[in-house]
Design a protein around this ligand. Structure first.
Ligand SMILES: [Zn+2]
Length: 471
């Protein structure tokens, strides 16, 4: 994940007025007493019970955020609907126009901005303005992270959804051909590569990143059928190089699938040390591990394995690749892109992984959540709010793309420090994410002589398939 410009300071009336305008029903009801609200624990409650909570008699509106649901309305309605679930009443009235989704802001930052957490935590939290505080859109502060932002929270929003709380999708049957590929993912082999990569200083302006580039090129070139290119672009006065390894498809060479993750890193004193084991040797070494498995079982579609440079300076490597795709007329060939960024930290025994994309590419979330259930021990959370990593330039170009990221990354104490070292990582966590990703690629790109497509996939393509998945 990169750092740079953020966008909001507090004390502006204009922004708040705009947001109030987005709550027509509630703003119109300004003369009525404000709703009383409560936060219900919906951890793995299941789709049916979640829906019944949202439709409870007396309820006016709700916002869903991961394991918590904010419900507002007649305070009495929650007791029967929530039954055995823990419920936390929200003190004071919740007013229209004063609720926001905070992305990646620390508790201290929220406090300084006059915001308090209502529900959710970590990467995305539902917050509200304290009485007397106002927000202002301000100039970027280079000391803050690009993934930090405030977005107006509206009734009926699903900010984050646990996979266990999704409606049942069209089942992706367990397939022995996919399982065979999944079984070839080798967490120990991957971890050795993470250690090797963490020994390079991969900061964009350090000469060490060129040695890392050469090591990656050699790793991909050793694989059968793979060709490697290193197109360059400039970051400030420094040349940066993407590493792009191509495995041509056996029967559908013009259907391209991209699996990528950045290999550059940073820290608080990056010219002296930037090991970036979790961010993002974990993901980049994962791309290499997936390439080993797929090169041994050539897929029907073409797979591009990409290790991006310049991510920490603002997604520059993925932007450069998308620009090249557009210039060469190949953008339309790309059927899907899977981004691996920070895949191997876990703060606890819960192997939770976040799948993130934009609404138009929700079929990718459905596919990965499905194969995660079939082939891994991961617990999946999902978000349709893409930001902050190399999937974004593809989404901006209309190319379906999805980020796979461990869901404790925001609590990772060594993020962007010289102590982001391999021993903080979990081999199990990394291996499970790679198993999910290789299973998804096997379904998407197909594998050799074995038929691994979902029914309808080959004839109808994504549109037909995703149209059968309930939202
Ligand atoms: Zn990263």
């Amino acid at each position: 994940m990169p750092r740079n410009g953020a966008s909001y300071h507090w004390r502006s009336a204009a922004t708040v007025a705009l947001v109030v305008g987005l709550w027509p029903a509630l703003a119109a009801a300004a003369g009525e007493p404000p709703s009383s609200c409560a936060v219900v624990d919906i951890h793995e409650i299941g789709w049916e019970r979640l829906e019944s909570l949202k439709r409870a008699p007396g309820g006016d509106w709700w916002i869903e955020i991961g394991r918590e649901l904010l419900v507002c309305g007649d305070g009495a309605m929650l007791a029967p609907a929530a039954a055995d679930r823990p419920v936390r009443p929200v003190e004071d009235a919740v007013e229209a126009g004063r609720l926001w989704i905070a992305r990646g802001l620390s508790g201290d930052q929220l406090d300084q901005m006059g915001l308090e957490v209502v529900a959710g935590s970590g990467r995305l939290a539902l917050v509200r303005l304290q009485t007397g505080a106002e927000l202002v859109a301000g100039a970027g502060d280079p000391g803050q992270d690009a993934h930090q932002a405030l977005v107006a929270a509206l009734p009926g929003m699903v900010v984050v959804r646990q996979a266990a709380n999704r409606p049942a999708a069209v089942p992706q049957d367990w397939n022995p051909a996919v399982q065979a590929l999944v079984d070839e993912i080798d967490g120990d082999r991957w971890f050795i590569d993470v250690q090797t990569m963490a020994a390079f200083n991969r900061y964009t302006h350090s000469p060490g990143i060129l040695a890392a580039r050469d090591w990656l090129v050699a790793g991909f070139e050793a694989l059968p059928g793979v060709t490697v290119e290193t197109p360059s672009f400039m970051v400030g006065g420094t040349a940066a190089y993407n590493v792009i390894a191509t495995l041509p498809g056996s029967t559908r060479p013009d259907d391209w699938y991209i699996v990528g993750g950045h290999y550059d890193s940073t820290s608080e004193s990056p010219m002296s040390s930037a090991p970036g084991a979790e961010d993002n040797a974990s993901g980049c070494a994962g791309v290499l591990e997936i390439a080993r498995v797929l090169a041994a079982h050539p897929p029907e579609g073409t797979v591009l394995f990409i290790c991006y440079a310049g991510e920490e300076q603002g997604l520059l490597g993925s932007e450069d690749h998308v620009a090249d795709l557009v210039a060469s007329g190949d953008a339309g060939k790309v059927q899907a892109m899977i981004d691996l960024d920070m895949i191997a930290y876990t703060g606890d025994a819960d192997l939770d992984c976040l799948l993130e994309t934009d609404p138009f590419a929700q079929f990718l979330v459905d596919l990965l959540a499905d194969v995660a259930a079939d082939y891994t021990a991961l617990r999946i959370e999902t978000s349709l709010w893409a930001f902050g990593s190399d999937h974004v330039p593809y989404l901006d170009q209309g190319i379906p793309a999805l980020l796979t990221i461990e869901n404790d990354w925001y609590d990772y104490p060594y993020y962007h420090t010289t102590d982001d070292l391999p021993y903080h990582l979990s081999i199990t966590m990394g291996e499970e994410v790679l198993k999910m990703d290789v299973a998804a690629l096997a379904v998407l790109a197909g594998s050799g002589t074995t038929h691994v497509f979902a029914d309808g996939f080959e004839s109808g393509g994504f549109t037909a398939w995703s149209a059968t998945v309930p939202n």
